[in-house]
Design a protein around this ligand. Sequence first.
Ligand code: UT7
Length: 344
Amino acid sequence: MTTTAKKFKNPRAKHDFKGRSCSIVAVGSYVPEKVLTNGDLEKLVETSDEWITSRTGIKERRIAAKDQFTSDLATQAALRAMERGGIKPEQIDLIILATITPDMPFPSTACLVQHKIGAHRAAAFDIEAACSGFIYALEIGQQFIMSRTYDTVLVIGAEKLSSIINWKDRNTCVLFGDGAGAAILQNRPQSHGLLTACMGADGAKAELLCMPGGGSRCPATPESLSAGLHYLRMDGKETFKNAVGAMCTAAQEALRRCELDITQIKCFIPHQANQRIIDAVGERLNVKPEQVFMNLQKYGNTSAASVAIALDEAVQSGRVQRGDLILMVVFGAGLTWGAAVIEW
Ligand code: UT7
């Protein structure tokens, strides 16, 4: 156990987990090669680099190739995590993939990834919690490990948001990008790991951020297509307000459960949607600028992949060392939100 580990409470300890511990043994991420800059968007819609940068902090985003799907992005991220962790495909017991842009409505994208990485022993399913998906998936994965059901779980957040963007709508098309991030969870008793994760939702505000078409309420028809119902829609202002409140509450709850103070957090990784949201949350939580990890300037909002990619970049860049405490906070459609404390 590290020195840091002795200074906080592990909320899992009060349960009868007897020697079980959920460790994040490796992370990986992948973003497509194609870069779409704010300058490129100026040619598509009436916008400007100045507006996008000052209102969001985003400078560019990655766009998947036509023949590259969410399962392909997820597979690349998973393979990188497996290589770093020395995990063989046959060791994986379960794959949980968070996405709102599956390759198709069914079968699940997790099943497609299972085949692509050769994890033939693994059970596989998708979850849908929009931008909160990676934290939801981490928490679900952890439950399987702590309950002794599985020993090795692959958790992925992956999106090809470019496939549901209306490229004529300047309110939304400047905000999003494609990418994937993955984490491998294992039972490693007495080791570092996921200390707590909290999740929340408010379905009364489902309309604020949604894609109305394509489900059982509004199946695809020529009329639904011409009405643009298969594109992502967002009430930006209301979403913004809800995001700040929910992210602060979730972060405080996660810290409270571990009896931690924000000053003990080495790296604060918020959902990468808008720099102004991150600044507002940081200010309310008294987070110092040097604690905040941000990469939205490079990738925009990649929904379920957002904090997963950021965690990988924080680790690979050396911003986070073994034993450091990380606070991750997310918010998305549903509405959904969540936070997790990790001892890296
Ligand atoms: O991942 C889930 C969580 N997602 C979020 O949390 C996103 C939350 N929302 C936001 O990040 C912000 O609300 C936006 C970035 C989407 C918008 O920023 P805002 O400060 O709330 O701007 P606004 O919606 O109030 O729009 C201000 C103006 C409008 O013009 P009028 O009506 O004042 O004349 C918009 O039409 O900016 C206009 N506008 C643009 N102008 C240039 C909207 N998009 C653009 C654009 N370029 N791309």
